[in-house]
Design a binder for this molecule. Structure first.
Ligand code: FRU
Length: 490
């Protein structure tokens, strides 16, 4: 693999020399140059956190995936590491696809990933042979490939994205598939040693007949429940939800080894934004379940033509499960270490059809604002990120819909449109909004609902303000924090 890695590193180096930084994120993981999609192999190994990612080092478009790599000792400041894996063996000659990492019993890092081989040698027109492969590493930086550990079953069309964990003496992995009848399913396998794997059962089959493939399954214990997170291809929208081309959903239920997964909920939205896909989680040494997802799109993205890079991760989020079996996500507590300044604006009222500036700049901001719903009369109120009355993206509570809406009707370059999430409107509404150069992430009521979307402003001179329509909005408190860079090189 040495030659392939060397070629890939040189390509990234060359691309990054001409990278345009007008949208390059300050506090989100992105490739130094080139294309990035799914997070892979998230783990804490030998005291360092690792995030690998699907990476095409040769251009800002998807292409034969490598594994890019960043690492951190505190979950907020990241160091760029050499590309970890490149296509190099017959089983992965057309892509080192997504996968996960675990620490093996002997203390080495073991990675299970999907090897992709185009059947016609060039593209997906005649499909692919996908197999689950093993690679090992003594330091998390250099990997040795061990080849195929699970061949593609005869009755499966696509077969990818192994997510591995251990329970007792047994290793488990879930894999996403497209079945022969073109329905997305999740398969479960077991192993005593990460090398020989046995099929256990189908643990999930999509209800929607349009779902032809499930990618990137993640099966995790939260509290005393099991949560299956899945990426559904071909799904139809359900009401306001699942409006992206491919969508992420989750199902909560019970499971124990040797048993079926018994869902207790239907499919729910994990993040209702326009750019959230292929999330992966891992368990931190202190027991927290931490997740990041790919902010990208299957449509064209404004940085692809001239900027030399494309795609970023969401901020790292801690997952918990509420009594209502709803997954909540908030930025990890460590994120606060990135704050470089804080402006406390206290409480105030925004009069009908008025707005008030919270921050003169939107260049890396973490805004927390709470509204008192008992005294707010506005039917739509929230934040505007942009130039009020000019180009702007809005994050607003629409009291008529009972939803928080992230609207980029007039938000700048790239895809327009809006996404929304349902919220339970009690006496107050809390919004936490993270604004980076290419993105807006919204956490409603401490993670009860989340939206992650790209917003590419045509001018960097944006401010953040709060507005109210058809009535006034009572703000109980608002704090704006400035956010520094996550990259070690500053
Ligand atoms: C999801 C996905 C995975 C696959 C990878 C290839 O975005 O399609 O199923 O492993 O991307 O880059």
């Amino acid at each position: 693999m040495r030659d392939e890695l060397h070629k890939a590193e040189s390509a990234v180096h060359e691309l990054s020399a001409t990278r345009l930084d007008r949208y390059y994120p300050r506090f989100h993981i992105a490739a130094e140059a080139g294309w990035l999609n799914d997070p892979n192999g998230m783990c804490c190994f030998q005291g360092r956190y690792h995030v690998y990612f699907q990476h095409h080092p040769f251009s800002a478009r998807w292409g034969s995936p490598h594994w890019g790599h960043v690492s951190s000792d505190d979950l907020v400041t990241w160091r760029r590491e050499p590309i970890a894996m490149a296509p190099s063996i017959p089983a992965d000659v057309d892509g080192v696809y997504s996968g996960s990492a675990v620490v093996d019993d002997d203390g080495t890092l073991a990675v299970l990933y999907t090897g992709n081989v185009w059947r016609n040698g060039t593209d997906n027109d005649e499909g692919a042979r996908q197999t689950q492969c093993l690679a090992v590493s003594a330091d998390g930086v250099e990997f040795e490939k061990k080849g195929i550990v699970i061949d593609c079953p005869a009755d499966v069309i696509d077969f990818r994205d192994p997510k591995v964990w251990k329970d007792g003496d047994t290793w488990y992995q879930v894999v996403g598939i497209r079945s022969l009848d073109n329905i997305g399913e999740v398969l479960l396998y077991t192993s005593p040693d990460l090398r020989s794997w046995e099929f256990d059962r189908v643990i999930y089959r999509a209800d929607d007949p349009g779902v032809y493939m499930i990618e990137c399954p993640d099966f995790i214990r939260l509290g005393d429940k099991w949560v299956l997170i899945i990426c559904l291809m071909g799904m139809s929208p359900i009401g306001h939800d699942f409006r992206n081309q491919h969508n992420v959903g989750y199902v909560v239920g019970t499971w124990s080894p040797g048993e079926d997964f018994v869902p207790e909920t239907g499919l729910r939205v994990l993040d209702g934004g326009a750019n959230f896909y292929a999330p992966q989680s891992f368990e931190a040494p202190d027991g927290r379940r931490i997740l990041t997802g790919w902010m990208g799109s299957f449509l064209s993205i404004p940085t692809q033509d001239d900027d030399g890079w494309c795609g970023q991760m969401t901020v790292l989020r801690e997952l918990t499960l509420g009594d209502d079996n709803a997954v909540r996500m908030v930025p990890v507590a460590e994120f606060a270490r990135l704050h470089t300044a804080q402006h406390d604006l206290g409480g105030f009222t925004v009069d009908e059809n008025e707005s008030r500036t919270l921050s003169d700049s939107a260049d890396g901001r973490d805004v927390e604002i709470e509204f008192d719903l008992t005294s707010t009369t506005a039917t739509r109120f929230g934040l505007s990120i942009g130039t009020p009355g000019g180009e702007e993206a809005t994050v607003a509570f629409d009291a008529q819909l009972g939803r928080v809406v992230l609207d980029k009707h007039n938000g700048g370059l790239g895809e327009r449109g809006y996404r929304s999430v349902a919220v339970t409107a009690g006496d107050s509404l809390r919004l936490r909004v993270l604004v980076d150069k290419p993105s807006v992430e919204v956490f409603v009521n401490e993670g009860e609902a989340v939206l992650s979307s790209f917003v590419f402003p045509s001018s960097p001179d944006r401010s953040i303000s709060v507005f109210a329509e058809t009535g006034h909005a009572s703000v109980t408190g608002a704090v704006v924090r400035e956010v520094g860079s996550i990259y070690e090189e500053g």
